[in-house]
Design a protein around this ligand. Structure first.
Ligand SMILES: Cc1ncc(COP(=O)(O)O)c(C=O)c1O
Length: 398
């Protein structure tokens, strides 16, 4: 049984802050400063170039991948970490398309994260071979999985509303018509149990700066099903994915049969030291407990908001099993309201056109904070402070 009092103490949170934005950026693990100091002093400063061997830098892409693997139901040797999630989208979708070369449809949905859609568009332009990207409403995706579709590209948990796709059903349908599926797990990994093996997923990608608490811009990960490891074609064919990087051959040969072929170039070892410290937290955590607690706290939050802030309407699914681990509300004045809330030290965020998002992360948020957050929301409605001029100006990041 996960001890959430203990996990709360594994993170640094500023005194008095109620942090409901771990779905965007996780907080700093208390071990992070020592981890980065140790990297700087014991590794980079003292070892310099030797560190690639003596400190195992070269294969940290894989060591860290193996530590993320159990969080998404993957076997060891099927996940690598590096680059950014947008790059992983490109990598996975291009690999998927080359597995189904006779089809020209990428099926996504209009709630997918824009960067995923943009990366697919860029890839199609580059291929210049008649590809189309379909973006129906999320609830229509299932019926549109036909034998014209090459790749289904979806984010399991919608970044705005938290609505979940049914991974198992979508993969089964896609496989029955010969399509492959790429899952973006940005809002799933570390938020709820995922089973890429049990659902027979083809590709999965995700980031580590949200629920995995790896720090701003922490590296991304990619999973490839073992049955595909020898056949996927890495379109981003960097030397780090070569069979023999230090043979320095002039022709690319992907590492045969191994996830290494999805590596591209030299990763950020400094960022890896922070991610490694953040992943230690999961040694003490059962994701089923996290999920159960997240549902309990989300239900409490939704009930309290419905009673005390009736101007807000729930944008997330009512059914907790159909949601991820954040809860969103529509409110016409959501942006200034969120700014007023942030000024009172309750941190959420805003997404166009009118969505206020709140991440419910039991590792460091409990029921008392949920109630206090709603107290402050209720107060802001009562005193109307959100109408103040200073809350109306948009910052670059909302
Ligand atoms: C679902 C999803 N996909 C992709 C991205 C883009 O990730 P990155 O900026 O790390 O490339 C994000 C960023 O928040 C996201 O939420």
């Amino acid at each position: 049984m996960t001890d959430f009092n203990k996990t709360r103490e594994m993170f640094y949170l500023p005194e008095g802050m109620i942090y409901l934005d771990g779905n965007s950026l996780g907080p700093m693990p208390i071990t992070a400063p020592d981890a980065i100091q140790s990297f700087l002093h014991d590794e980079w400063r003292d070892e310099l170039i030797k560190g690639w061997n003596s400190k195992g830098w070269f294969n940290q892409t894989n060591f860290l991948g193996d530590r993320i693997a159990p969080l998404i139901g993957a076997a060891s040797g099927t996940v690598v970490v590096s680059d950014t999630l947008s790059i992983k989208v490109f990598q996975a979708v291009s690999a998927g398309l080359s597995l189904v070369p006779d089809r020209r449809v990428i099926l996504s949905d209009n709630g997918n994260f824009p960067s995923d859609l943009y990366m697919a568009e860029g890839l199609m332009k580059l291929k210049n071979d008649g590809y189309v990207l379909k973006k129906p409403a999320p609830e229509d995706v299932f019926d549109l999985i036909t034998d014209e579709v090459a790749v289904v590209m979806l984010t399991e948990v919608d970044y705005r509303t938290g609505r979940r796709h049914d991974m198992k059903a979508i993969i089964a349908k896609a496989h029955s018509v010969g399509a492959v599926v790429v899952w973006d797990l940005a809002h799933s990994a570390g938020a709820l149990p995922v089973d890429v093996t049990g659902t027979d997923a083809d590709f999965a990608i995700g980031c580590t700066y949200k629920y995995l608490n790896g720090g701003p811009g922490a590296p991304a990960f990619i999973y490839v099903a073992p049955r595909l490891l020898d056949v996927v074609e890495p379109a981003l064919s960097g030397w780090y994915g070569h069979e023999a990087p230090f043979a320095f051959e002039t022709m690319y040969r992907p590492m045969p049969g191994k996830i290494e072929r999805m590596r591209i170039g030299t990763p950020s070892i400094a960022a890896f030291s922070l991610l490694s410290a953040a992943l230690d937290v999961w040694d003490h955590v059962d994701l089923n407990d996290v999920r159960a607690k997240s549902i309990e706290l989300s239900e409490l939050f939704i009930r309290e908001v419905a009673e005390r802030c009736p101007a807000l309407s729930l944008a997330s699914p009512n059914d907790p099993t159909a949601r991820g681990s954040h809860v969103s509300f529509h409110f016409e004045h959501g942006y200034p309201f969120m700014q007023a809330l942030i000024e009172q030290n309750v941190i959420g965020d805003f997404r166009e056109p009118d969505i206020m998002r709140f991440g419910i992360t039991p590792l460091y948020v409990g029921a008392a904070e949920i109630i206090k957050a709603v107290d402050i929301m209720e107060q802001i409605f009562k005193d109307g402070s959100w109408r103040d001029e200073r809350f109306q100006n948009r910052s670059a990041v909302t």
